[in-house]
Design a protein around this ligand. Sequence first.
Ligand SMILES: *Cc1c(COP(=O)(O)O)cnc(C)c1O
Length: 374
Amino acid sequence: MHPNPAFLAQALPAVRDLAPYEPGKPIEELERELGIANIIKLASNESPLGPAPGVRRVLEAELDRLALYPDGSGHALKQALASHLDVAPAQVTLGNGSNDLLNLVAQTFLAPGRNAVMSAHAFAIYALATRAVGAEARVAPALPADAAQPCGHDLAAMAERMDGNTAVVFIANPNNPTGTWIDRDALENFLSAVPPQVVVVLDEAYFEYVQQAGYPDGCRLLARYPNLLVTRTFSKAYGLAALRVGYGVSHPALADLLNRLRQPFNVNSLGLAAARAALADTDHLAAAVAINRAGLTQLSAGLAALGLPYIPSVGNFITFRVPNAANLNQRLLRAGIIVRPVAGYGLPESLRVSVGLPEHNTRFLETLGRLLQS
Ligand SMILES: *Cc1c(COP(=O)(O)O)cnc(C)c1O
């Protein structure tokens, strides 16, 4: 291969400077690298329960139609979501994962000379999507480690970082990887103060898991804040991460803009059908939420018993501090347990573990305890 092809220098500076997203290590990769079996992955906040049983049936039916393009408008899923969320179908934008929506917002509103404001320790895609289009990612300092929401979003600090060139603000509620959340009053105070031309992305990827009193439902704020885009996903509580289905809910005019850039068939037919089936099974969702609540309790108690400080989380994961996180991560991998290093999120002394089935959580805690002893 040519060591330095001429097109490299022609790539847009924003792209040349980009550091790619680092996903959780796939099980197959660790199998290949270490030649070990019986691996558990607690690294990407996937649902240990998997999707609703009805999903398998609709997927099988879809297999007969693989030669046909999917419904590019996602009509049936949008109708189902609109009725589920009590909004109009024209307010819904479907995405190839909610990640797709984050990119669409960046492409619609950001460019060199503009900036997007986000918190330190926030979901990594915000900065990536912003920088990919040549805009500045303005990172506000997070709340301190001893705050009520340790390392969580500091909305006052975020407001301070905004200026006349700010076009987008990204808020994760709850945030990944900290698991911290923002209450209704704090969020509404912030939204009321944001200039109306600035688009606020309220990322609710873990919405279904949160049961705290005072946790706001972004969809109920849309009538008052037309500059709000709420994003949600089927990847987490609905257990459909592989199929890549997410959505945005907003003022119809904002949805219309995003839909101009959206690839015509960004959500495939398997994803469309599976998401509808998943949405319809409220019992399965309740079971996933219940398993998660028990898992959070189990993991929190286990980490506390090991003397490891952790950030209380309302998501389906917990970030905890350990001596020598990078080394411990390697030793966990050799023991067949994949968790997520969060050094890239500005938390170099921590690891993030996703809630698994009870037996996974037990194996994780026992292995962790053993490794910390040796
Ligand atoms: C997982 C995650 C997403 C996106 O997931 P998709 O699979 O693209 O829907 C978005 N935001 C946060 C905070 C996440 O943790």
